[in-house]
Structures are given as structure tokens and as C-alpha cells.
Design a protein around this ligand. Structure first.
Ligand code: 13P
Ligand code: SF4
Length: 361
């Protein structure tokens, strides 16, 4: 396994937002408090401290016709304060492709912003936090994929979307957490190479057993790799003693042992929708085995009482982006905040993403 080096952090701390009247701040803070919907953490005074930032960001978006996309794992001030579209990586790739605006600001980790550039190369794609990598995408390089292809000539290669543009340029098809089983099943032949997630690869291997052999790589999401089936089993037995019917929802980047213990496995968006559905059906006791952003979204968007049991884990890369970085990228982006990719890489990576859109629908 090779490691890609993340970009250097940007200079921070010198940015002052525009001044707004006390009345404008008060109105914006009340709006933020309502949409974030977590009164204890985001009280009115806290919301007042971010109101000048969200006001100016929303003004600049309108003035410059920018579409602001945020992944579900971004913090609630971004998700509910300034984003126009929030979802999982599959839906956000389509949102980036289909947005009529000529500028997209992608608040998330680098590979997602690169994906937006690949599917809409004529647009300007801003990425506020260039240092925000991902333990999966940083685990593999294009040279690693070329080596695998040389060792297994003619075997189709599928890559998880959590990879660099250069890796996407080397493979036959991309997949995401919402379609990896469906797409890999459809690939020709009785073998496939799957990179870079060894845990999703393990799940895929079990799913395709007897039909296809899966050649796996050894990357992992350091967030989802921390969960264990043992933890779920002990929570289930303790809660059952108190008559609680626990529903377990997990992301497919988790180990196969976690997946075997889960009632629902799916993308960040699917887990959020399922939690809302269970809450509406009067099943409020839910264990969300994923990054903490999904729990924030469930709290913000549920009309029903939901009791999130156990703990989530935060992704340090996803949480790197701050409102200040978004404001900087909108006002006067640093060169590192503008996604630039080689034209040949774009056109080869486009092929693997277009194959994903074709096979997923
Ligand atoms: P989703 O596509 O499910 O949002 O997953 C992206 C990701 O990075 C999960 O860790
Ligand atoms: Fe990467 Fe895991 Fe963070 Fe998602 S949660 S961005 S897979 S490190």
C-alpha cells in the first residue's frame, strides 16, 4: 500500500466577515438555530457568532451564481447554514454534473471535489480545504492500479469513488456505497479487481461467493474500521434486557462482522432516510454505525423522538472545512482551492464515472 501526501494546510485566521446590523444577525441566528435543530449545542448566542459568515457566504453565492454542495459529514453550520445540496457521494456527483451554475463549491474531502470537476470539466470547482484527504483515497496511487492490472491482465477493475482522479483514470468503472454490489455483479467474467477498500471488498467477496472471485486491495476508512460486531452484540443484549428493540444501521465501509449484525446497510443518505423512517414508525432506538455527521442530520431532520444509542466516530478530514474556508474560497480563492486536473486524466476518469452512472441506473 502506498500513501499519497495531503496538500499543505492553508494559512487561516486573518479573515474578517462583513459587518451586519444587530437585527440582521438576530434574524439569521434564529434561522440557523431552527434549521440546525440542536438547541443545546447550537444555542442562539453560538448561532450569532456564525451569522455574519453564513450571511456573507449566502450573499456571495447569489451574487456569483455558485452552487454550494456539502457532503452529509460536513458540520451542521455548513449543511444547514449555507449548502444548496446535501447527500451521499453518488447523489452529489449527479448534483454537480446537473447543476446549471458555472461554479460549484464542494464542501467535503478532495476526492469528491475532483469527481465534480471530472463530471463537469467546463465548470469552475472550488474546494475550500485542499488538505482534506481521506484514508481510503490516500491509500492507493495510479501506479498501484497499473501494477494490479499487469498482474491480472484482462480482469475488470472497479474502484470505490473514494479515490483520486488519477486512480479513476486507470479503472473500468467507479462505484459508491449505494451501488457497489449491483455494479460489481454486472461486470463481465468470473473475476474482478476491487480497490481500495479491503472491508467493503470483504463484504463484496462474501456477496459474490460462488459467482465471482474478488481480488482485493488493503486500504480502509479509518473511521468505519473502528466499529466491531462485538460492540453491537453487547449493546443488543444489554438493551434487550430492558425491553428495547434496537435497530442497527451501518455503512458498508465497516467490517463484514458489523454488516452481519446490521438491520440496514447503506450510504450516508440511505442511513439517514432509514433512521427517519424508523422514528416515524415508532421505533426510535437506533444505533448509527457511521460518521457523526449522519447523526447530526437525523437530529436536525426528524420530526419524531429518536434515541441514538452508542456512539458515532468523527472523520478528521471531513471536519477540516470551516465556514471561514468557504468564505475565503468564494471571495478570493487561493490557487489550491481551485480544482485543476489534467485534460487526459479527466477524459479517462470520465469513462469510469459514466460507466457507473450507466450501470447504477
Ligand atoms: P457516502 O457515499 O455513503 O456518503 O460515503 C462517503 C464516505 O466517505 C463515507 O465515509
Ligand atoms: Fe474517507 Fe472515511 Fe473520512 Fe469517508 S469517513 S472521507 S471514507 S476517511
Amino acid at each position: 500500500m502506498t500513501m499519497q501526501m495531503p496538500a499543505a494546510p492553508l494559512p487561516r485566521g486573518s479573515l474578517t466577515p462583513k459587518s451586519y446590523s444587530a437585527e440582521e444577525i438576530e434574524t439569521e441566528a434564529k434561522r440557523l438555530q431552527k434549521v440546525i435543530n440542536q438547541g443545546q449545542l447550537w444555542d442562539l448566542e453560538t448561532c450569532k457568532t456564525i451569522a455574519p459568515l453564513t450571511l456573507e457566504i449566502n450573499e456571495l453565492k447569489r451574487a456569483n451564481d455558485v452552487f454550494l454542495i456539502a457532503h452529509s459529514y460536513q458540520t451542521p453550520d455548513i449543511v444547514y447554514g449555507v449548502a444548496d445540496s446535501v447527500s451521499d457521494s453518488y447523489s452529489l456527483s449527479k448534483a454537480a454534473r446537473d447543476a446549471p451554475q458555472q461554479t460549484i463549491l464542494f464542501s467535503s474531502v478532495r476526492f469528491m471535489a475532483e469527481t465534480a470537476k471530472i463530471v463537469s470539466p467546463h465548470k469552475t470547482v472550488l474546494h475550500p480545504s485542499p488538505e482534506a484527504g481521506c484514508s481510503l483515497s490516500d491509500s492507493i496511487t495510479a501506479a498501484d492500479v497499473r501494477d494490479l492490472k499487469a498482474r491480472y491482465p484482462g480482469v475488470p477493475v472497479a474502484c470505490y469513488i473514494n479515490t483520486s482522479a488519477e486512480v479513476k483514470a486507470e479503472v473500468d468503472v467507479c462505484v459508491t456505497s449505494s451501488n457497489y454490489l449491483r455494479i460489481c455483479e454486472k461486470l463481465p467474467g468470473d473475476r474482478l479487481i476491487f480497490v481500495p477498500d479491503r472491508l467493503m471488498g470483504k463484504h463484496l467477496t462474501e456477496h459474490l461467493a460462488g459467482r465471482k472471485e474478488v481480488i482485493n486491495y488493503d486500504g480502509e476508512c479509518y473511521v468505519h474500521a473502528t466499529f466491531t460486531g462485538e460492540k453491537i452484540r453487547s449493546w443488543r443484549s444489554r438493551t434487550a434486557e430492558h425491553g428495547i428493540e434496537l435497530k442497527v444501521l451501518s455503512h458498508p465501509e465497516c467490517d463484514a462482522d458489523v454488516i452481519a449484525e446490521s438491520d440496514v446497510v447503506g450510504s450516508s443518505e440511505k442511513l439517514m432516510e432509514e433512521a427517519l423512517r424508523l422514528g416515524a414508525e415508532g421505533k426510535p432506538d437506533i444505533m448509527l454505525i457511521t460518521e457523526c455527521g449522519t447523526a447530526d442530520r437525523v437530529r436536525a431532520e426528524s420530526d419524531n423522538e429518536i434515541n441514538l444509542i452508542g456512539t458515532c466516530v468523527m472523520c478528521r478530514y471531513m471536519k477540516m472545512t470551516q465556514l471561514e474556508d468557504i468564505l475565503q474560497a468564494l471571495r478570493d480563492p487561493h490557487p489550491a482551492q481551485i480544482i485543476e486536473l489534467d485534460e487526459e486524466i479527466i477524459s479517462r476518469a470520465q469513462h469510469s464515472l459514466n460507466e457507473m452512472f450507466r450501470l447504477a441506473e
